[in-house]
Ligand binder design. Sequence first.
Ligand SMILES: [Zn+2]
Length: 366
Amino acid sequence: MIGESFSPNWNPRDTYNKGLQGNPRLNSLEHNERYSRQELFRGIGREGQKRLGGSRVAIVGCGATGSALASLLARSGVGFLRIIDRDYVEPSNLQRQTLFDEADAAESLPKAIAAVRRISQFNSSIATESQVADLTPANIDSLLDGVDLILDGTDNFETRYLINDFAVKHARPWIYTAAVGSYGVSLNVLPGETACLACIFPESPRGIVETCETSGILNSAVNLAASIAATEALKLLTGALDKVRRSLISFDVWTNERAEIRAAQPRPGCRACGERNFIHLAGEGRPHITLCGRNSVQIHERARPVDLAAMSARLEPHGEVRHNAFVLKFWREPYEMTLFPDGRAIIKGTTDPTVARSLYARYIGS
Ligand SMILES: [Zn+2]
C-alpha cells in the first residue's frame, strides 16, 4: 500500500527549488552552452529560450507520458515544473517510464518524488516540485494554481474531464495526450479559441475501455505522443500561437494509420466551454467511492455497464479471474476485485480510496 513500503525520509512536498545557483559545478558559461542548440533553432531563438525559462508548467500524472513530457521540457529549460502523481514506481513501469530506474521500483518510490530527483540530476538549473496526490475537485485549485500550461500525463478520462473543466473555467491552456497499445492521440485546448475535450468527447467512452494494463503499450507510441505534445507546449510557451496545431491528431505506429479531426472552434452547446457547466469540478462526474467494511473500498460508477465475459477475457493474463452473469472476481496480489455489470466494484486489500481508484482505472478503465 502507498505510504508503507518506501523509505521514511521522503517528503510529499519534496521541493527542489534550487534556481540557477542550484549546482555550483555549472557556471554561467555552461548554462549558456546548455541551450545553445535549441536557441539556434529559429522557432525558439534567444527570446524564446528566455520565455521558456520564465514559464511554469504542471504535469498531471507521471507515468510513461508524464515521464517523457517532464524529461523533454526539463531539458528544454522550462523554468518551473510541478509534477503531480498518485502512484509509486513498479518494475512493470520500467519498460516505458523513462524517468525511473530499478532502484526506484525496489523502493516503491512515489513517481512524483522519483521524477524530480532524476530531473535535478540532469538539469539542476530549473525549479521542480513534486506533489504526491490524486487530483480531485477538492485539491485541483491548489495543485494547478499559478501555472501557464497544464499537461496531461494521466491514464483516465475522469481526471482529464476534471482538468478540462478547470482549464476552461480559468482560461488556462492544456494539452490532452493519451497512448495505449501502438496508438497515440493529442489535442491542444485553448479555452475560448479551440474545441475543448468535452466538445470532442461529450461523454467518456462507455463499456470496456482499453488500458495499458489490459492492452499493453509500445514505449515508442507513448514517446511519440509525448514528443508531439511537448513540441506544442514549446510553441505555446514561447508565444508561437500561429504554429499551434488546432486539431485532434491520432496515429498508430504499428499499422501506420493516422487521422486528424478539426478542433479549431468550440462546439456550440458544449457543456463545458459553451454552457460553462463544470460538473466535474463539482464532483458530479466522479465515481462514488465509499469505504466498505474492513479493508475494502467500493467504487460505483453510474451508467457504465460492463460486459463481464469480455472483461474476464481481458483480465485473464493479469491474474486469476472468474465470472458468472452477475459478478466478476479478479485476484491480483494483494488485492481482490469484485466487479458488477453496472460498473460497481469492491476492492479488497486496501482502505485507501486513491489506491482503489488507481486499480480501477488500470484494470477496468475510467
Ligand atoms: Zn467545449
